[in-house]
Design a protein around this ligand. Structure first.
Ligand code: PXG
Length: 459
């Protein structure tokens, strides 16, 4: 069924331009072209206001893990809205879905995690992390430990603390960020920074930037290190195997807390429930959002390890932090149902053993294209580097332009594939089947051809 909606696309776009300020958008530019109006979705396909079908290679925005149109999630929300649409978790109150979800999260997360602090989003959860680690060190009697080390080109959200933890210069330039006490080190981006080193050597080199920063700042001033197991919004930066074990060693050596931002990697994206398991490290805190509800409801949280939670509990005193929607009953009821779907239907397992390896095998075929310098990925996340020269890994002269050309061809050809500069990225719904993976690869190849043609490259 692909019929258009009651209003025309032009009518939707006119009101959109008049009244809606979109996130991460050049508003002047958007007003000139009008937004793409997505009206409905089913499985792994989106439909726009002209009835056009688009294969969603980005799972919405890295979040619709179980795919679109799952009645079970709609029914869970409907039932919960009728029973208890809202109540707060302040003033010694709680509610059944929040408790049920907390219990389930303790089961599916690594063993050190038995407690969750709920938020409404990933950004809020990372703000919570900043408050929480500083509170932890205060209670431990080491208040000078307040600096949090993050990485260049990381993405941890768009609130004041989230954007500060993020390592994106364009974000910092707007609004005087980062806030004090946040320091950034090199990202483990072998393709761009690893020239002359093997991935293994480069992984150690990049991790040791953390050690150098701790030595420079003084270990007694450092509270925590935060990182995405695989950087998502930064361009699907997959660290070499040696990176995370070395980060773990350094955090242990200096006694600093390790925070895994699992907003993108969590709930199956890498073919494991969490990215830290895939890369073999053991965080003290873990940021979750997105896939926790498959995006059907806004919800985030911080998983708090026993080591950290015990200090809060034993020392006592109020932690002056929380949100109106912490533990929202409808969002939590949907998350419980979503996690059960992931478990009962073996969705994470399938990505690990079947569709993930298949996607990765087919994705690497794209490396044969003259425009592609590297095709990388793990589980259901992947990237292509568009380059001028495969051997020297030289990017095209107008950095970022070819990525946008390719992205526009993708949309026009019924595929959502995102561009981060000249890196093309995908993170499809975890339920994408083999035939749909074939469709994705075929469309991606065609769009690479069209991009190369526009760039005047011979293919
Ligand atoms: N951490 C990570 C790793 C994320 O990817 C957040 C935190 C913040 O979550 P909320 O729910 O506050 O958005 C994210 C969000 C992009 C893009 O362009 C990615 C995100 C958000 C917006 C755009 O890929 N990720």
């Amino acid at each position: 069924m692909t019929q258009p909606t009651s209003r025309t696309t032009a009518q939707w776009q006119a009101d959109d331009t008049r009244h809606y300020l979109h996130p991460f958008t050049d508003h002047k530019q958007l007003a000139g072209v009008g937004a793409r109006i997505i009206t409905r979705a089913e499985g792994v396909y989106l439909y726009d206001s002209d009835g056009k079908q688009i294969l969603d290679g980005m799972a919405g925005l890295w979040c619709v893990n179980v795919g679109y149109g799952r009645r079970e999630l709609a029914e869970a929300a409907y039932r919960q809205m009728l029973t208890l649409p809202y109540y707060n978790s302040f003033f010694k109150s709680s509610n059944p879905p929040a408790i049920e979800l907390a219990t389930l999260l303790a089961q599916v997360t690594p063993p050190q995690f038995n407690r969750v602090f709920y938020t409404g989003s990933g950004s809020e959860a990372n703000d919570t992390n900043v408050r929480l680690v500083r509170r932890y060190w205060d209670l431990k009697g080491e208040p000078s430990r307040h600096i949090i080390i993050s990485r260049e080109n990381a993405y941890h959200g768009s609130t004041m603390a989230g954007a500060s933890l993020s390592g994106m210069k364009s974000m910092h330039a707007q609004g005087g960020l980062p806030i004090p006490g946040i320091v950034h080190i090199e990202q483990p981006y072998w393709f761009e920074n690893g020239a002359g080193r093997s991935p293994e050597e480069y992984g150690l080199h990049a991790a040791r930037q953390l050690e150098a920063a701790i030595e420079r700042l003084g270990a007694g001033n450092v509270a925590a290190f935060i990182g995405e197991p695989v950087q998502g919004a930064g361009g699907v930066i997959i660290p070499p195997e040696t990176y995370w074990p070395e980060i773990q060693r350094i955090c242990d050596r200096y006694g600093i807390l390790l925070i895994a931002d699992e907003v993108v990697c969590g709930f199956g994206r890498l073919g494991e429930w969490f990215g830290c398991t895939a890369f073999g490290f053991r965080p003290d805190l873990m940021t979750v959002a997105k896939g926790i509800t498959s995006g059907y409801q806004p919800l985030g949280g911080v998983m708090v390890s026993d080591k950290v939670a015990q200090v809060l509990i034993d020392r006592g005193g109020e932690f002056y932090h929380g949100y109106t929607y912490s533990g929202h009953p409808v969002a939590c009821a949907v998350a419980v149902r979503n996690i059960r779907l992931l478990m009962d239907e073996g969705i994470v397992e399938r990505v690990r053993t079947d569709t993930g390896p298949y996607l990765q095998r087919r994705w690497r075929e794209l490396a044969a294209h003259p425009l592609v310098g590297e095709a990388r990925g793990v589980g259901f996340i992947a990237a292509l580097e568009l380059v001028a020269d495969k051997v020297s890994r030289r990017f095209l002269p107008d950095r970022g332009a070819s990525g946008l050309i390719c992205r526009d061809h993708c949309f026009a050809n019924g595929l959502v594939m995102r561009a981060v500069q000249d890196t093309m990225i995908i993170a499809p719904p975890l339920v994408m089947a083999r035939e749909q993976i074939d469709e994705l690869i075929e469309k991606a190849w065609r769009c690479l051809e069209l991009t190369a043609r526009d760039l005047g490259m011979r293919t």
